[in-house]
Ligand binder design. Structure first.
Ligand code: NDP
Length: 510
């Protein structure tokens, strides 16, 4: 592992376009910039240096209520939902153009606030713009169906917006997750209340600036800031919210699902994973090594679909693991603003401790650590860095094999044959993603079809497309985002029956 460093970023310059009231970055509610109702504030820190970067409004339940009232009013007035789909689409296309025009600025905001390298935030910004474009296009496409029912009826369906949508997103892809939530919901005509992670709200607030400049109707997009346990919970339990969409940890997902029972709101959950990356003895060796690294160390392993379990066939194990360790030790870890940096920090000191707790558990359970496991010192000592870590000689019951670590920690499991690979792969509570590396295409398909997972790859890892559905089996979630599935998840289906022979039915005698 090599450490990279960088002079302190020009924070003031990077955040120059964010709104401020009395020096505090406000939230965006009902088309206005607002400080927290109870005056709360929160300080944000650069995960790469530990230095403070901004003070943002820290909302409370009262702020959530105000945002819900604004969204409710906007939806009930029909200021957005009753616009022609083409008009909604036109505004969303312009929003995508704004994102693209501010690509550099948005990249730098997310690198400053989240720590991930610029080359990763560049992908995020481009994907976010494309996500708004995809759903702007979809808004105007046909959505209903017609049905051949017995005469004299004609039956068809239309899709209508669900109403007020609460959207809670995590810190690992701050801008991109905002796009995944807002784009389909707005395209379909809903009113939204987005709650970013309290750790990474800056790019969502910058995005709110674009909504404001483009004059989206007030109340249609609200960005409310504050802690998940208060503001997020208030969205999940409010009877005035019709749908809750959440991306984050499985434990939080469970509590959101419980809160959502208040009015049986519609629910979409995109939760954690412990995804298997299966490498057979006949795989293209360097390609499989390369993607094994990318699968776990992209975004420092803080990815729901990370290939956090490497399942390698025994015949290949020693050679593969040796090469993997050699490559992992060469990864350049450091400040995301350094163009040389390949892996950034962990999001927060609290999360770093959580990851370190798993590293300690791996040792305690008897797994063998092959590399990493340590914090980075020297110029990086004040950041939340952990070196790329690999554990071998694991057994299926270990916590490091079963639980989502959400950090740069790979666990290796060894298998004998196809059947045992599938058995190990499916042996967790999760079912988000998985991959197979082999040059035997029939075997690849056989194994993929046996994986209990929603997103799978053959001879690659991680590519994600706005066009294709994203979501998990088992405890990795409920529903799908992206693609047409993601749009449908923000609509209700209305059945319309038309009587083509208008006369009394004669059911009751006159
Ligand atoms: P959480 O799941 O707690 O946070 C994700 C979002 O949910 C944040 O906006 C958070 O707000 C909000 N939230 C937290 N508690 C509640 C609640 N009771 N009601 C409503 N919203 C809530 O993730 P953590 O940051 O605590 O990370 C914990 C673990 O979750 C990680 O170790 C990882 O395993 C997993 N995780 C998975 C992600 C994924 O993409 N699947 C993303 C992030 C984490 P706030 O930040 O303000 O607390």
């Amino acid at each position: 592992m090599q450490a990279t460093t960088h002079p302190a970023p020009h924070v003031e310059q990077i955040l120059a376009n964010l709104p401020r009231i009395n020096g505090v970055i406000p939230m965006y509610v009902d088309g206005e910039w607002r400080l927290a109702a109870e005056g709360g504030t929160r300080e944000l820190f650069n995960p790469a240096s530990g230095e403070p970067i901004a003070v943002v409004a820290e909302g409370s339940v009262e702020d959530a209520r105000r945002a819900i009232a604004a969204a409710r009013n906007a939806f009930d007035q029909g200021t957005w939902s009753s616009l022609a789909a083409a008009e909604r689409a036109a505004l969303l296309f312009r929003l995508a153009d704004e994102i693209e025009a501010h690509r550099e600025e948005l990249m730098r905001i997310d690198t400053l606030n989240n720590g991930k390298p610029l080359r990763e935030t560049e992908y995020d910004v481009v994907d976010a713009a494309n996500c708004f474009r995809y759903y702007a296009g979809l808004a105007t496409k046909p959505h209903g169906q017609t049905f051949d029912v017995p005469a004299p009826s004609q039956t068809f369906t239309v899709r209508e917006p669900i109403g007020v949508c609460g959207q809670i997103i995590p810190w690992n892809y701050p801008l991109l997750m905002a796009a995944w939530k807002l784009a389909p919901a707005l395209a379909a005509g809903n009113a939204c209340i987005l709650k970013p992670s309290e750790l990474t709200p800056l790019s969502a607030i910058r995005l709110a600036g674009f909504f404001d400049e483009l004059k989206f109707p007030p109340g249609v997009v609200n960005i409310v800031l504050g802690a998940g346990a208060t503001v997020g919970h208030a969205l999940a339990e409010s009877p005035l919210v019709d749908k809750i969409a959440f991306t984050g940890g499985t434990k939080t997902g469970r509590s959101i699902m419980q809160a959502a029972t208040s009015n049986l709101k519609k629910i979409s959950l995109e939760l954690g994973g412990k995804s298997p990356n299966i490498v057979f003895g006949d795989a293209d060796f360097e390609t499989a090594v390369d993607y094994a690294l990318f699968g776990i160390y992209a975004n420092a392993g803080q990815v729901c679909s990370a290939g956090s379990r490497l399942l390698v066939q025994r015949s290949l194990h020693d050679r593969f693991v040796d090469r993997l360790v050699e490559r992992a030790q060469k990864i350049r870890v450091g400040d995301g603003f350094d163009p040389q940096t390949e892996m950034g920090p962990i999001i927060s000191p609290v999360h770093r401790e959580r990851v370190e707790g798993y590293i300690a558990a791996g040792h305690a359970e008897g797994a063998r650590m092959l590399c990493g496991g340590n914090r980075l010192g020297g110029a990086l000592a004040n950041g939340n860095f952990i070196a790329p870590t690999i554990f071998d000689e694991t057994s299926p019951g270990m916590r490091i094999v079963q639980e989502e670590i959400f950090g740069p920690v790979l666990v290796v499991q060894t298998f004998e044959d196809e059947a045992s690979a599938i058995g190990l792969a499916n042996d967790t509570i999760y079912g988000l993603a998985g991959a197979v590396f082999t040059q035997d295409i029939a075997k690849a398909h056989r194994v993929i079809r046996k994986l209990r997972a929603g997103i799978t790859w053959i001879n690659t890892y991680h590519p994600t497309y706005n066009e294709a559905p994203w979501g998990g089996y088992k405890q990795s979630g409920i529903g799908r985002e992206l693609g047409t599935y993601g749009y449908d998840a923000y609509t209700e289906v209305k059945q319309i029956n038309v009587n083509l022979d208008v006369q009394p039915s004669g059911w009751f005698s006159d």
